[in-house]
Design a protein around this ligand. Structure first.
Ligand SMILES: Nc1ncnc2c1ncn2[C@@H]1O[C@H](COP(=O)(O)OP(=O)(O)OP(=O)(O)O)[C@@H](O)[C@H]1O
Length: 330
């Protein structure tokens, strides 16, 4: 299901939590919404998922407008939506299987079907045989698996993941993201993933919107945003990701005055040597590495360029001609 947002606005008193957001979230893809704390991510998700009404603007699911539905229509429509959260929101009084069964029970589905479907979902999320487990005995990753199975119980068209991996360690995060990707493909879901971690966008999303002070400051395919970020907020997110990324080796504590980003073929070419030969530029490489973004290899390098400004300018022109994104580090 495709989601279209048109000029969405939501204020809390004088605070503009969401300001004029227009986006198209394509069908059957994983769409990331990233922003710092307070950027308006959760407010935006409440508007998209019909938990809250916008002050103005429109929300469309395929060809149907959904922000102005009656209460009854809203309840029916919300059944087509699954949600998972950072703190799992499971019932501690119910075991794993009973948690998964819950949404089907409130839809008054037949008991035999509920049992069969709950078992199937438990297996789908890799917890076969753990249905009797009390929630308190499960690890964070296992709890999120139960929450995912519960969210899928009524066969939603859309899955919202609100900081779903923020409480998990990196290894468990990778496993949960892999599970979400697998399920997205299997069930043809549109997944909207809210996060403050660029690693989550890199590892799981096809598209991303960067939110700052309630506005979308950058939007596009993940590979394109990673290869040539435009907004300062995105560049900030990417440099934090770089520092944390295991694939980047750092030789110096100095950040370097320039960040170079290479994608695709450019990662295989000896472009630095070529530019040195052509322009006489001297490169002092501070950090470098390669990471996989949405299945594509992408190189990153932090460096200084000498011996003077004139040569550096020529070198930057050549690098850009070679399809490399060059950012000045502020
Ligand atoms: N119900 C509310 N009443 C008043 N202010 C609110 C309400 N909900 C959110 N806000 C404010 O709106 C702004 C955006 O909040 P929101 O929770 O959407 O941001 P966020 O990007 O999800 O942040 P975080 O990552 O910290 O959860 C914040 O300044 C917040 O204090």
């Amino acid at each position: 299901m495709k989601i279209t947002l048109k000029n969405l606005k939501r204020d809390y008193g004088t605070l503009h939590a969401v300001q004029d957001v227009s986006l198209t979230i394509p069908s059957n893809k994983i769409y990331g919404i990233i922003g710092r704390s307070g950027a308006g991510k959760s407010t935006l998700v409440r508007l998209i998922s019909m938990l809250e009404k916008p002050d103005s603007g429109e929300v469309w699911y395929d060809e149907e407008r959904v922000d102005n539905l009656s209460k009854k229509e809203l309840i029916a429509k919300r059944r087509r939506i699954g949600m998972i959260f950072q703190n799992f929101n499971l019932f501690s009084s119910r075991n794993a299987l009973e948690n998964i069964a819950y949404p089907m029970e409130i839809c008054h589905m037949e008991k035999g079907y509920i049992k069969k479907r709950s078992e199937e979902l438990l297996a789908l999320v890799g917890l076969e045989g753990r249905g009797d487990a009390p929630i308190s005995t499960l690890s964070g990753g296992q709890k999120q698996r139960v929450a995912i199975a519960r969210a899928l119980a009524v066969q939603p068209d859309i899955l919202f993941c609100d900081e779903a991996t923020s409480a998990l360690d990196p290894q468990t995060t990778r496993a949960i993201l892999a599970l979400i990707k697998e399920i997205q493909k299997k069930m043809n879901l549109t997944v909207v993933m809210i996060t403050h971690q660029m690693e989550v966008v890199r590892d799981a999303c096809d598209f991303v919107a960067v939110l700052d002070s309630g506005r979308v400051v950058e939007e596009g395919k993940v590979s394109e945003v990673f290869a040539s970020p435009v907004s300062d907020v995105t560049k900030d997110f990417l440099s934090t990701g770089t520092n944390m990324s295991q694939s980047v080796v750092r030789w110096s504590q100095e950040p370097g005055h320039y960040t170079l980003r290479f994608r695709g073929q450019a990662t295989d070419e000896p472009i630095i040597s070529s530019v040195t030969k052509e322009t006489g530029a001297l490169f002092n490489i501070r950090a470098a590495g390669v990471q996989t973004v949405n299945g594509e290899e992408m190189g990153i390098m932090a460096l200084d360029i000498g011996p003077n400004e004139e040569v550096a300018k020529k070198a930057i022109e050549k690098l850009k001609e070679g399809g490399i994104s060059v950012e000045v580090v502020k």
